[in-house]
Design a binder for this molecule. Sequence first.
Ligand code: FAD
Length: 321
Amino acid sequence: MSILVLLENDHGTVRPSSLSALAAAQKLAVAAGTPGEVDAVLFEGQQDKGHAKAAPAAAKLAGVRNLHVVDGHPTAEAAAPILVDVAKQHGASHVVAAANAVGKNVIPRAAGLADSQPVTEVVAIEGADTFTRPVYAGSALMTVRSKNPVHYLTIRPGSFETSEAAGSGNATTHQHQPPHTPQARLESVDITTSERPDLEAARVVVAGGKGLKDAERFKALLAPLADELNAAIGASRAAVDADFAPNEIQVGQTGKIVAPELYVAVAISGAVQHLAGMKDSKTIVAINADPDAPIFQVADYGIVGDAFEIVPELVKAIKAV
Ligand code: FAD
């Protein structure tokens, strides 16, 4: 029996959300009574644009016994059968991935091929077959017992500390080529590069809403604050829909789920769909002109007032420290 974890390449290192998946896999191994029995599949991704391979870093991760490296950028249709095959090869009891774009695409397909029902967005492991996950856009937590012979899981990266995954292991490496699939063919990959931390893994997120008026003011107001705090920038869906910010930085039910140490919500009303993506943040600071804005119900610190006055003052104060 083993636990199989899906890892992804992030410019030559293992993606932080994959390290969270590995931490969850290690917890599952303990819960299943097989500590240390973790194997991994690594998707290297696009190699033709000078991206470094992550296999050397992945092979050193503590507690990984076998590392299956898939070269190139498999489509989800091609990736899913690889996961199922490797899971069978190692007699895996669980297959775990981060609940990010890749995990959400691959795990349900792999579970379907294995005739298993996936358990998604897991935030806590209660036992080898018992998991906690949010429902109703995060308004409630559900504890589920899975009767599947093999459990296919996606985990919320913010819920599993990555520190347990760090270390210097020595995994045995196996190479795989992604099979060609008739259903889907990869035409191209456009990767958005940013100097800022990855939104889903950032320790600090500064997010803006529709109240920031337009794309120019959104950027001009938030960038200096994000620079000072070494923060990722996020946005509400209304801000994304109004073209203030790109789709990939939307936070919420239909965007990214984040749980940073500090989340600064600027001119965001706090609709339930937005809260679903950020309310597990450790400390929430809200800046809003409306004292009755729902965001203040989840905020640890609230500032009522005009964001265009408050944020520059905040930047000045941080610089002065
Ligand atoms: P608004 O609701 O327009 O609020 C703007 C806020 O800015 C107000 O509170 C106002 O007081 C404040 N403001 C205005 N001017 C200033 C100023 N100068 N200074 C300070 N404050 C100011 N939303 C998401 O964010 N993420 C999702 O993933 C998401 N998924 C959804 C899925 C579904 C199925 C549906 C139906 C909706 C979804 N939404 C999502 C949309 C959500 O319901 C809200 O419409 C959206 O979050 C509102 O964004 P907002 O707070 O930026 O805008």
